[in-house]
Write a protein that binds this ligand. Sequence first.
Ligand code: FAD
Length: 510
Amino acid sequence: MNTDFDLVVVGAGINGAGIARDAAMRGLKVLLIDKGDVGGGTSAGSTRLIHGGLRYLEHFEFGLVRESLRERETLLRIAPHLVRPLAITIPIYKHSRRGRATIRAGMVAYDLLSWGKSLPRHRMRSAKETLREMPRLNPEGLVGSAVYFDAQVEFAERLVVENVLAAIEHGATVLTYTRVTQFEAEGERIKGVQFVTHQNEADRARSKFVINAAGPWVDRLLEASGARSQRLIGGTKGSHIVVAPFAGAPESAVYLEAVSDRRPFFIIPWNGNYLIGTTDVRFEGDPDRVCAEEWEVDYLISETNRAFPQAELNPGRVLYTYSGVRPLPFTTDHDAQSITRRHFLREHPRLKNLVSVVGGKLTTYRSLAEECVDLVLRKLGQGFTRSETGEVPLPGALDFYPSNPPERWLRIYGSQGKEVGELAKRLNTDELAAEIVFAFEREFATTLADCFLRRTMIGLNADRGLGQLEAAAAVGRRFLGWSEERARREVESYRQEISGRVGCGFHDPQ
Ligand SMILES: Cc1cc2nc3c(=O)[nH]c(=O)nc-3n(C[C@H](O)[C@H](O)[C@H](O)COP(=O)(O)OP(=O)(O)OC[C@H]3O[C@@H](n4cnc5c(N)ncnc54)[C@H](O)[C@@H]3O)c2cc1C
């Protein structure tokens, strides 16, 4: 590439996307590169909560909880179409590890740490009140519950896409399906990166600074590119199952303690179905091949059946599964749950002006990005400009978010939904066709999988969008100039992507 960049960001998950947006808004010349599509890694494998992390209080991570709660408030403000309040019930049983007094103490601390918040405070309920609200919850041994508020980003993928769109608006260049293979250095100072494009062409980009935001691939990138470094990431895998509304299903989210191993897990109404998860196990494999194993599915099913005995779920009722690898800091600690969820920015003494991002949550991506770009500006000795990412709304933000029932377009595109509607009129076509054309022409989708899984979100429907696949291919032929061969290839690789990456195969739709 002929351009000289100030900053190359490797990895367009939520962290890389947030860093690119912040840096571009502060006037840096930014190149954002991902080996796949944006938001296709861990950020799509999360539980989709924008939360303070009630559980972290037990590990005395007050700073992290406070930061997360502040960021929760910021995201509710700058992305109200994507991040919305979520009421969560914690049932308390006689046999629960945490009794009523402990839960109440946690709730009070959580409320105190979120001072200045817009969400309601917690409430404690008796067993009777709990069952009135959630009549099909297992009543055996129930002593009461706590109800508190956090937030949910229904489509975390869209949060990534909108950060990237904002970065592009501010002049950033984005390359997807481009793998960084090597760092270039002059002496001990980084000078840029080498990469291979999806057409298998090798190229390079010069840059004054490089951020390795490759999530669970951080060490692999350092290794492949010859930057000698100690191990930074010690990932843990988490899997989810998605099921259709079931008998006795709760109308709001529930945070439960699994009876079999006393781990916490969520049952959350999500996208017209239920999202249930997650597990938390050490993962040493290839993050590209992460998937839900049979035991994880069985575990989530049996715990749900225990909590809601009428559910009678079985593996055949699972619509699909998805998993991700938490890019947690490497430690020899054996208890996966006790590993800190804080993030660290690691400099590399042997390669100056390279920083690797370790850890981080969806919730704190914006503050992580701000901290990262502050560091870059300091190191580059360029004039310091303050980050405005906490004040400037994301591209689809709405002034007013209508509650109940939010139209699908508003939930996905926010204010940009108007443009999709106008496109449908202009092309004299239906909504599906307009959304697909919009994804390719306005939101830099390059494959049908990008379009279904990370733009229109059709791929997260109960049937994974398979019912609309052929129609989508026809839209490609009619409006996007696809040959018959290209349309066939797109359909084929979409099927492959959902069966290869999103599950181990045994629960995938046919
Ligand atoms: C099961 C689970 C549940 C979670 N739940 C929550 C939650 O509810 N709330 C919350 O706040 N957080 C949650 N998290 C944490 C959160 O999802 C992650 O911390 C966050 O998404 C990490 O984002 P990232 O951008 O660092 O990594 P990623 O999203 O993985 O992005 C890294 C990107 O780097 C790219 N890449 C890798 N190597 C290269 C290369 N050589 N060249 C170019 N590109 C490359 C990858 O393709 C990928 O797109 C959860 C995580 C998991 C796994």
